[in-house]
Ligand binder design. Structure first.
Ligand SMILES: [Zn+2]
Length: 354
């Protein structure tokens, strides 16, 4: 089974940038961005299931980690291969499982580590977060079984003959569901010790680490981590490649462009997105900004014309954006429909009423 998955994943791995400095555990690779600053970048092909990227910031005496993916046990092994300094702080960029579920592992490995996140995580994780997690645990294995059936039948989820790209993507989704089911059920939440409702500056020797709240976009709880000397940004899911991740209930599409403007104003040299490879220029962020600003504008205009939501959904024009984000890839096209077109318009529509 492992060999089959490895074979299916091979073409996607070839597409990954050649900047890798070390092959780490399966599923991610370590990319050194500056002395002591290492990104653990996921190598999965684009798909419905994701695990998050992670950033290690190794200082004179300690380590600060950004995010706590499902693969945290493997990340800990990789980090221990880089340094024997202890993890002092873990920053969770927001409240989704693929960014917080590894907190328990970080704490087990370094019991003195402290957890920094937006203070809303203390309410969200035991409430809505627990409900969403239960839904995911109940539904994900069924979704994976359906994908397995499609693979066996040689058909994509729409019933058409499956492409190599879809085959690779479905296989990755199935593997990520297996990882999720291995790690998530029964893992306790570790809530933030330090709530960052605004900016928080950490000085570790000569290194300055800024934990910044640039506004809400992907969720209410979005934080980013900015290293001003190295000009390195860990954006959390405010930036996700190749297609943004939007939730109709959780995201704030109308506020998102302003948050992205704040990131662009930093002029980062390297951006570690929540998902996707390290971005070496800001073109993709500018494209995301344009998408959300346009959706917000269209929602306002369609509301002003007196349309109801159903009519507005038919009238909204996203074809150009769809082409720009998806190109001729059926997988990215499906992701755009599922994670952008439907939820982003609903988010903007609801905000336009207020
Ligand atoms: Zn997220």
């Amino acid at each position: 089974m492992r060999a089959v998955l490895a074979y299916l994943l091979a073409p996607a791995l070839l597409l990954v940038s050649a900047a890798a400095t070390a092959e780490a555990a399966p599923g991610f690779r370590i990319e050194t961005l500056a002395p002591g600053v290492h990104a653990a970048v996921r190598t999965d092909p684009p798909g419905l299931m994701v695990d998050a990227n992670c950033l290690f910031i190794v200082n004179d005496e300690d380590v600060i980690v950004v995010d706590a993916p499902e693969a945290t046990a493997d990340l800990i092994a990789a980090l221990k291969g880089l340094t024997d300094k202890p993890v002092r702080y873990v920053v969770n960029t927001h409240w989704h499982d693929d960014h917080v579920i590894g907190n328990a592992q970080w704490r087990k490995a370094w019991p003195d580590a402290q957890f920094i996140a937006h203070p809303s995580l203390r309410d969200y994780l035991p409430g809505t977060g627990a409900k969403n997690r239960a839904g995911m645990i109940a539904g994900a294995p069924q979704a994976a079984a359906q994908m397995r059936k499609q693979l066996d039948a040689g058909k994509n989820l729409a019933g058409a003959p499956i492409s190599d790209e879809e085959r690779t993507s479905y296989a990755s989704d199935i593997a990520l569901v297996a990882d999720y089911m291995k790690v998530v059920p029964g893992t306790p939440d570790v809530l933030p010790d330090l709530g960052a409702a605004g900016d928080l500056i950490l000085q570790r020797g000569t290194r300055r680490i800024e934990i910044r709240r640039v506004g809400r976009g992907h969720t209410e709880a979005d934080l980013v981590v900015w290293l001003p000397q190295e000009r390195i940004l860990a954006s959390g899911d405010l930036v996700v490649w190749p297609v943004p991740l939007v939730g109709s209930d959780q995201s704030h599409v109308n506020d998102w462009p302003a948050a992205l403007d704040a990131l662009l104003a930093l002029k980062p040299a390297a951006v570690v997105p929540g998902h996707g490879p390290v971005l070496r220029d800001t073109g993709y962020i500018t494209q995301m900004r344009g998408l959300f600003a346009d959706i917000a504008r269209q929602a306002r205009e369609l509301r002003a014309r007196g349309l109801d939501l159903d009519a507005a959904r038919k009238a909204v024009k996203l074809d150009d954006w769809h082409r720009r984000f998806a190109g001729d890839s059926p997988v990215r096209s499906a992701l755009f429909r599922m994670y952008v077109a439907a939820p982003a318009f609903v988010s903007a529509w609801n905000a336009a009423a207020r």
